[in-house]
Design a protein. Structure first.
Length: 139
């Protein structure tokens, strides 16, 4: 199957994705881009899926310090992020992606707590919202 429908259940990606939104995701075989919205199975809770933003790409060096993120020494511009990013930390990615919720304070399970995820485990890219009707559009 190349398409899946998902219901958004929490506020970790608000305002882009709100509880009650229904989205379409496509199975991804191409490369990920920074800013893509991904759906991934939680690595420690089989069957529990997360929707998060791709912030770090393979071979990136990410540093979270003072509430901001830098990638390879360059501050990351994140027009989608709401709130400061904590806690401080540093990650050197291999063949992995670093995923964060847009609502940094409301995102309990992302790469800050579960770690970067192997690229091969991140298979679904959110491409659009089809419900509610007044929010239909590309993501």
């Amino acid at each position: 199957m190349r398409l899946r429908r998902y219901a958004i259940a929490d506020r970790s990606m608000a305002p882009v994705l709100e509880p009650g939104d229904y989205v379409i995701a496509i199975r991804t075989v191409s490369e990920w881009l920074r800013g893509d919205v991904a759906i991934v199975t939680h690595p420690h809770r089989p069957g529990f899926e997360l929707v998060k933003r791709v912030v770090g790409l393979p071979d990136d060096h990410l540093v979270i310090s003072g509430g901001s993120i830098s990638v390879d020494g360059v501050p990351l511009m994140e027009p989608w992020a709401h709130g400061r990013t904590h806690p401080d930390g540093e990650w050197r990615l291999g063949a992995e992606l670093f995923l964060l919720g847009d609502q940094r304070g409301a995102s309990a399970a992302d790469s800050r707590s579960i770690g970067p995820l192997p690229v091969g485990l991140v298979r679904w890219r959110v491409v659009g919202r089809y419900w509610p009707r007044h929010r239909i559009g590309w993501v």
